[in-house]
Design a protein around this ligand. Structure first.
Ligand code: FE
Length: 345
């Protein structure tokens, strides 16, 4: 109901925009207070007003589909590579040409370019890392993704749903590294090692390690940074108990996912939409965008100044995988079939 009202307000705002009043209509899956500064700085610098609708990734994609050509959306911000890929193949975005963006954002963090341009760009990265019970598990037994499926970790592993985009993207990456057959055998091993059926979000997995329900789990790095920055004594006790490992440092590197943006297929303010995405690649915006959710910036030469992130990642100096996220996204349909076959809900 509220969303519908917001949508109607947005359509009205878009319709009422005159030549003098420059606007850009943004559908965002981000919901961090630091983003407010990000948006107001853009408006200050360009005079372009941002009309924003907040929803989660799946909600935004469903809405774009339902609205079709009538959609007021100009820019879309999502928080996962698999979902950006989904938006691309479902024809909800339009490729764009921007030298500013292709100069700033490394190719591995962009959608696959065609003659028309690039379908989406990643503006921040998050690592998918392993969390373990320091008292009961040795770090060297969980410092690769492969070991999550090794019989030595039987009955120890907690994971969220295999079909959640964060896991789909991780498994899409593993499939890219290992090949399909080995990846499926690995997924079967992971299922065999589960301490319980998949449930909850990333923070719930960390808490399950803390409570002793399981001994090994997987989480995005920003949930860990959030707990590390928390002043709540329970969170502090939890983070004293768990170890964090950035997997695969001596092979292909830790899996990185992205939050990123695209221009909507039926954007009525396309030039402003491109301006907004180009602004997100600027050093100033990169700091708000990445830091707001304890992530790393993607733009070349931009360094993050986030104590919790630096503490957990050795100053950010870890080996990250370098495969293109476009390839990871393209594997996710296959991965879903593999998950069905091995019984990973
Ligand atoms: Fe998240």
């Amino acid at each position: 109901m509220i969303k519908n009202l917001l949508c109607m307000a947005l359509i009205a705002a878009a319709g009422a925009a005159t030549a003098q009043e420059q606007v850009v209509n943004l559908y965002s899956a981000r919901h961090y207070s630091t983003d407010e500064a990000l948006y107001s700085n853009f408006t200050k610098a360009t005079g372009i007003k941002i009309n924003r609708v907040d929803a989660d990734d799946a909600g935004i994609l469903a809405r774009l589909k339902a609205e079709g050509t009538a959609s007021p959306a100009d820019v879309i911000l999502l928080v996962d590579a698999a979902r950006l890929y989904r938006g691309e193949v479902d024809g909800l975005f339009q490729p764009i040409q921007s030298k500013v963006l292709t100069d700033a954002i490394p190719a591995q963090y962009r959608g696959k370019a065609s003659a028309e341009g690039t379908p989406w760009f990643g503006f921040s990265t998050r690592a998918r890392v392993v969390v373990y019970d320091k008292l009961r598990v040795k770090k060297e037994d969980v410092d690769t993704y492969e070991e999550l499926g090794d019989p030595k970790n039987k009955g120890k592993v907690c994971l969220r749903s295999g079909s959640h985009p964060y896991n789909l993207s991780l498994f899409g990456a593993v499939t890219e590294h290992m090949g399909e057959q080995k990846a499926e055998a690995w997924l079967k091993g992971v299922v065999d090692n589960m301490a319980r059926a998949p449930k909850g979000g990333d923070t719930d997995q960390i808490k399950a390690v803390g409570s002793g329900e399981c001994q090994v789990a997987v989480s995005n790095s920003y949930y860990i940074a959030r707990l590390l920055r928390s002043s709540n004594p329970e969170d502090k006790a939890l983070m004293d108990k768990v170890g964090i490992v950035f997997p695969n440092q001596s092979s292909w590197g830790t899996h990185l996912n992205i939050a990123g943006g695209a221009v909507a297929k039926h954007a009525k303010n396309k030039a402003n939409a491109i301006k907004f995405l180009e602004y997100l690649a600027s050093p100033e915006a990169q700091n708000y965008f990445a830091n707001g959710n304890n992530e790393w910036p993607t733009a070349k030469g931009v360094k993050v100044n986030n104590a919790a992130l630096n503490a957990m990642s050795g100053g950010g100096d870890f080996k990250a995988e370098t495969i293109p996220l476009a390839a990871v996204g393209a594997n996710t349909t296959k991965v879903q079939q593999m998950l069905d076959r091995v019984g990973f809900r």
